[in-house]
Ligand binder design. Structure first.
Ligand SMILES: Nc1ncnc2c1ncn2[C@@H]1O[C@H](COP(=O)(O)OP(=O)(O)OP(=O)(O)O)[C@@H](O)[C@H]1O
Ligand SMILES: [Mg+2]
Length: 256
C-alpha cells in the first residue's frame, strides 16, 4: 500500500488483507515499512528483538529473516516490525539504496504465499524501497478534493520504479477507502477518480466502524462479530482475490 497523504487507510487495508488471508489459511508476512509502526502496534508481537531499521542498517541478503516474529494473530501471520528509528534509515539515500529492502528479503519472502508491505505516508526513500521489493502496488486514497492529485503522484512513483529497473512491478489499482454510500461528496470524488484513472479505480472500501474497533483488540476485523465487520470482511475478501490474481508467481510480494 502506498500513498502521498497520511491517514488514508493504508495500514487498515494491510490488516484487512492479512485478516482475509488468515481466514483462508494463506501464510502471510506483513513488513512494516512505516516508522509510525501502526501495523506493528496492531499485530503486537510478544517480543521484537530486531526491527526493519536494524535490517536496513545491516543490509545483507536475507537478513530480514532475523527480524521476523509471530504476530498476536497467531503463527499464520508473521511480521517484520518497525520502530521510530526507521526514520533515520529513510534519510540515507545513495546510489542503489532503493534496493536495500529487496536484498534483505532475499529468500525470506519466498517462504510466504503473501507478503504485504505497509508504506509510510510519503513517496520517499522507504516507499521507494518498498516498490523495488514488490511485485504489485496498491495506491490508497481517501475520497477527497486531494484524491486525484495524491493518487496521480503515487501512480507516478510506481511508473518511475517500473522504468528504472522494476518493469515487472504491477499497479493493482487505485483504492479509495472510508467511502460512505449515498454521500454526495464521496460519490462526486469517486466520479473524479474514475474520470482520471478509468478502470484502474477499484471497488472502494466502505467506512465501517468495525475496522476501527478491531484495531487495538489484537483481532482481525474478520473475527469481530457485527454487521459492520461482516460487510468489511466481504470487501477485503474480494480485494484479496484481486491482489492474489495480480501476483501469481511463487514468493511474490504485495505492497500496501
Ligand atoms: N474503511 C474504514 N472505515 C472506518 N475507519 C477506517 C477505515 N479505514 C481506516 N480507518 C481509520 O482511519 C484511521 C486512519 O487509517 P490508517 O491508519 O489505516 O491510515 P494510514 O493511511 O495507514 O495512515 P498513515 O498514513 O498515518 O500510515 C484509523 O483510525 C483507522 O482505524
Ligand atoms: Mg499507516
Amino acid at each position: 500500500m502506498l500513498s502521498l497523504k497520511g491517514g488514508v487507510g493504508k495500514t487498515s487495508v494491510v490488516l484487512g488483507l492479512a485478516g482475509a488471508a488468515l481466514e483462508r489459511g494463506i501464510s502471510t508476512l506483513v513488513v512494516d515499512v512505516d516508522p509510525q509502526a501502526n501495523a506493528t502496534a496492531a499485530l503486537d508481537p510478544e517480543a521484537a528483538p530486531y526491527s526493519l531499521s536494524d535490517v536496513l542498517h545491516d543490509g545483507r541478503p536475507g537478513v530480514a529473516g532475523d527480524a521476523v516474529v509471530a504476530s498476536c494473530w497467531g503463527e499464520d501471520v508473521h511480521l517484520v516490525p518497525s520502530e521510530r528509528a526507521l526514520e533515520h534509515r529513510a534519510a540515507e539515500s545513495y546510489p542503489g539504496s532503493e534496493q536495500r529492502l529487496r536484498t534483505s528479503l532475499t529468500g525470506v519472502a519466498t517462504g510466504y504465499e503473501l507478503v504485504l508491505l505497509d508504506c509510510p505516508p510519503n513517496l520517499g526513500e522507504l516507499t521507494r524501497n518498498a516498490l523495488y521489493a514488490s511485485t504489485s502496488a496498491l495506491v490508497v486514497t481517501e475520497p477527497s478534493f486531494f484524491a486525484v492529485q495524491g493518487a496521480a503522484q503515487a501512480v507516478e512513483a510506481v511508473a518511475v520504479a517500473q522504468n528504472s529497473g522494476r518493469p515487472e512491478l504491477r499497479l493493482v489499482g487505485i483504492l479509495a477507502t472510508r467511502v460512505r454510500k449515498r454521500f454526495a461528496e464521496h460519490e462526486f470524488r469517486m466520479g473524479e477518480l474514475r474520470e482520471a484513472f478509468g478502470a484502474s479505480v477499484l471497488p472502494p472500501i466502505p467506512d465501517r466502524t468495525a475496522i476501527q474497533q478491531a484495531q487495538g483488540t489484537c483481532m482481525p476485523v474478520q473475527r469481530w462479530r457485527s454487521t459492520s465487520a461482516r460487510q468489511a470482511s466481504a470487501v477485503f475478501d474480494t480485494l484479496l482475490d484481486l491482489v492474489l490474481s495480480t501476483s501469481t508467481a511463487p514468493g511474490t510480494k504485495e505492497e500496501l
